[in-house]
Design a protein around this ligand. Structure first.
Ligand SMILES: [Zn+2]
Ligand SMILES: [Zn+2]
Length: 116
């Protein structure tokens, strides 16, 4: 009876065996399945560690590459410069063309005056 009390169902194979508790997930496994469970956890852990290492590397690359921010700032400065220059050009053209327009009208008025 004492032996039977020690036996519980293994989480993996569901057989009534002497089981061991996994400290990680608190589930009980028979000796064989505990080993496999540990292996699976190990693989998952390695996978997570690999992902973490890759993530860390990406972060480090970003940190070592603040030139991206500099590039964006430079692009912003250049764009503003170009827009301001275009605006100046357009303003100049607008002023000149309205001056020419007024001059033309003035000339035509003068010509009309001459006809009198
Ligand atoms: Zn089992
Ligand atoms: Zn576990």
């Amino acid at each position: 009876m004492a032996m039977a009390n020690n036996k519980t169902h293994c989480f993996t194979c569901n057989k009534e065996k002497i089981t061991f508790r996994c400290e990680g997930c608190s589930k009980r496994f028979c000796f064989m399945d505990l080993a496999e469970h540990k292996q699976i956890l190990n693989d998952e852990l390695n996978h997570i560690i690999n992902n973490y290492d890759q993530f860390k590397q990406t972060i480090n690359e970003r940190k070592q590459n603040p030139s991206l921010i500099k590039q964006i700032n430079q692009w912003k400065t250049n764009s503003i410069e170009i827009i301001q220059q275009k605006a100046r050009d357009c303003r100049e053209i607008a002023i000149k063309s309205s001056q020419t327009f007024i001059y033309d009208i003035e000339k035509k008025f003068n010509n009309l005056s001459d006809l009198k």
